[in-house]
Design a protein around this ligand. Structure first.
Ligand SMILES: Cc1cc2nc3c(=O)[nH]c(=O)nc-3n(C[C@H](O)[C@H](O)[C@H](O)COP(=O)(O)OP(=O)(O)OC[C@H]3O[C@@H](n4cnc5c(N)ncnc54)[C@H](O)[C@@H]3O)c2cc1C
Length: 367
């Protein structure tokens, strides 16, 4: 029987980490307020993500490393199982203006993606000064989260739904709130109060979680639309002169994410009509092909087939991802805590690297 480890959080970071901890021979239990398949909640960023792998880590060495490690894992998943909800698609990056910072990001992307190619002038659409294309993965989030959950449960992991006031509430009979097995049909009995460690994957929840209360954590609010457009077969980041970026990310289901916003320290949990209108207008300006063929000429935003308006809070952190060990004193006992949160807009594309790092930190504590 492996040693008991608790993972708090069932977002992409908690699930990937819990899978890697199981694979390391540990006895893993996940505790979380929200799980894959739940009604979408502002407290659960992973269900709102777009999501693809386009590196944003030109100036962040740790994140760059984690992202780099994650891409081949996704490619391996596709190879192993053609039904996995991840696909490789061409991704284009268009800019209306192209300065020295853009050149740096361009150089960075050319290092990250092996088939990266700068487009020739005659390949660019009207109004675009610079363009590039490369292949990357697109993750169908509503299918990928249940895929991770099933992988964890079928590997022998256990899960409980609970809203925790603090991490230490898991460690004492006096404080522990009621635990509800997940899925509700499972007959799991709650584990002991004596894990060898807790891995903290609470995302934006790390801001308010007792024992953590990390004031370096803040949201970068992302408002996006899900559009039905199964004919779209590539991703696009389109940088306008005024710094707005429209983006398009296709999903296996035929839905397409049209984004979006990056609003720093904005906790507003629902969409704003004026922002939705702006995203639609810029979206069809950047890429009129989002509209059905018969409606393209008129360029009317009302002709977009909108499935859902979405708002998610990217768990951003001053200082970047927190990957470190602290300890928690409960009575006479000391419990190691491995922190794994603060992935901002890069939680999917750094998920497998982050999971590996967290389990390595855990092993170093256990040794
Ligand atoms: C619009 C948008 C687009 C995005 N696009 C991309 C993209 O293209 N590529 C990419 O890599 N990333 C993207 N992201 C970012 C990505 O979604 C996040 O980095 C990632 O989802 C963070 O995952 P997480 O597991 O850390 O947090 P979450 O998914 O929020 O999970 C946190 C977990 O902790 C639990 N929890 C927290 N507090 C408590 C508590 N007190 N008690 C019990 N449980 C608790 C929650 O219930 C939840 O289960 C995007 C995000 C948004 C919003």
């Amino acid at each position: 029987m492996g040693k008991d480890v608790f993972v708090v959080g069932a977002g992409v970071i908690g699930l990937s980490t819990a899978i890697r901890a199981l694979e390391a021979g540990l006895n893993v239990t996940i505790f979380a307020e929200t799980f894959p398949g739940d009604k979408k909640s502002i407290k659960y960023t992973s269900c709102w993500a777009a999501a693809n792998h386009v590196s944003v880590a030109a100036t962040n060495a740790l994140l760059h490393h984690l992202e780099r490690e994650t891409l081949p894992v996704f490619l391996g998943l596709i190879k192993e199982d053609p039904l996995v909800p991840v696909m490789v698609r061409p991704h284009r990056a268009y800019s209306q203006v192209f300065g020295s910072d853009d050149q740096k990001q361009n150089d960075h992307l050319s290092e990250c993606y092996s088939d990266f190619r700068t487009l020739k002038a005659n390949e660019l659409p009207d109004g675009v000064a610079h363009g590039a294309v490369f292949s990357t993965v697109c993750i169908d989030v509503p299918r990928y989260l249940p895929y991770l959950m099933n992988r964890f449960l079928s590997g022998g992991g256990r899960a409980f739904r609970v809203t925790l006031p603090s991490l230490s509430a898991l460690l004492s009979a006096k404080d522990r709130p009621d635990l509800v097995p997940f899925p509700p049909t499972s007959t799991n009995t709650p584990p002991s109060f004596d894990p060898v460690a807790i891995i903290n994957c609470t995302g934006i929840g790390a801001f308010s979680m007792g024992d953590v209360k990390d004031t370096n954590v803040y949201p970068t609010r992302g408002e996006v639309l899900i559009i039905r457009a199964p004919w779209i077969s590539h991703g696009l980041f389109y940088f306008f002169k005024d710094n707005h970026m429209s983006y398009i990310i296709p999903r296996q289901s035929g839905d397409v994410i049209l984004g979006g916003t990056f609003q720093v320290d904005d906790w507003h949990p629902v969409s704003r009509p004026e922002t939705i209108r702006f995203i639609k207008e810029r979206g069809i300006e950047a890429y009129p092909e989002l509209l059905p063929l018969s409606k393209r000429e008129m360029r009317n935003i009302e002709d977009l087939d909108v499935v859902e308006e979405c708002v998610g809070l990217r768990p951003t952190r001053k200082g970047g991802v927190r990957a470190e060990v602290t300890s928690l004193h409960v009575g006479a006992k000391i419990f190691p805590i491995v922190h794994n949160y603060g992935h901002g807009g890069a939680g999917y594309q750094s998920s497998w690297g982050s999971a590996r790092l967290a389990v390595e930190l855990l092993k170093s504590v256990l040794e």
